[in-house]
Design a protein around this ligand. Sequence first.
Ligand SMILES: [Zn+2]
Length: 382
Amino acid sequence: MQFKDIIGHVAVKERLINTVRENRVSHAQLFLGPEGSGSLALALAYAQFINCLDKQESDSCGVCTSCRKYARIIHPDLHFSYPFFAKHKDDTAADYISDWRNCFLNNPYLDLECWRNQLNAENKQANINIAEAHHIIKKLSLKAYEAEYKVLIMWLPEFLDSQGNALLKLIEEPPAKTLFLLVAENPDKLLSTIISRTQLVKVSRPGNDEVAAYLMEVGHVQEQQARQAAFISEGNVQRALNLLNEEHSDHFELLVQWLRYCVTDSGLSLIDFSEDILVKMGRENQKSFILYAISMMRQVLLCKAGAEALMRLSGAEKGFAEKFAGLYTEKQLDNAVEVFEKAHYHIERNANGKILFLDVSLQLVLNFKYATFRREADSTYL
Ligand SMILES: [Zn+2]
């Protein structure tokens, strides 16, 4: 993995490269970035750069023996740790390494769901267990085979529970020329003892333009489709890739039609639309459609607040947002976001689609047509 293979993150890449140039590579670093942002790929590109035998101005060379082994994730001094779904209590991450290679090389922006699917783990609990913590300690106590630096990249250390403490001494005082690169998404779920022992590398989500360009390249889709997926996924590349794989009708057209029925309180048409279109979409498609509705309402709110410069829409979508912002109050738009967010929450929990979409439609009618708003108990749709 070279830096050039990762979209965006120009400033982070530069900062990482400078730590090597200025000889101040910290031995324990925490790459903290949201799901699908590319933080895991960045950590790997950084490790590859550090060990490259012919470093270039702003990237590893990609062709030396070290880079070639790194590219296939088979370098003997590169170790990975990640949550897995243990079949036996002695299982370690190494037991799943070939799956891991396939999964990562196929999609460097992977999320836990993607990894779970790779392992056919269904609803099993993911974990980094005590056997894995001990395995890491043992592996890193050995001398490096051929690289200058041994590297351990741990993906999602959130899944280390209290056994993580077994690693603390190692993180604090690692053997010479040993690097710990932890790649996390949620600082609230990390052991505070680990946070305090690592140097933070903050990674944000790539921009929509960068994501769209990536989707056109790897997903082989047209610009319009790529832009729409980038917009809905808000910089989560994994999510954007999922969207491309879904067969979905045009979210924008559907949303406009739905809202049109709601704001005019067209009873029967609204019921038919809910039952024939929204319910029949299927759960994954419903989720992405509702996420699209949330993003769109937020864009309308930006427009309402006079922050057009921050809007990320163009063409018909922009025209719609401007018109809609002119017709309704900020309160109504806020309420709509809340209605959609609740709907998403319930769809994720397998709510009955028929009841849910009828009720959401009714709430939108009340909100937009009659400017009243009803807050729901959480159990409504179950
Ligand atoms: Zn190289």
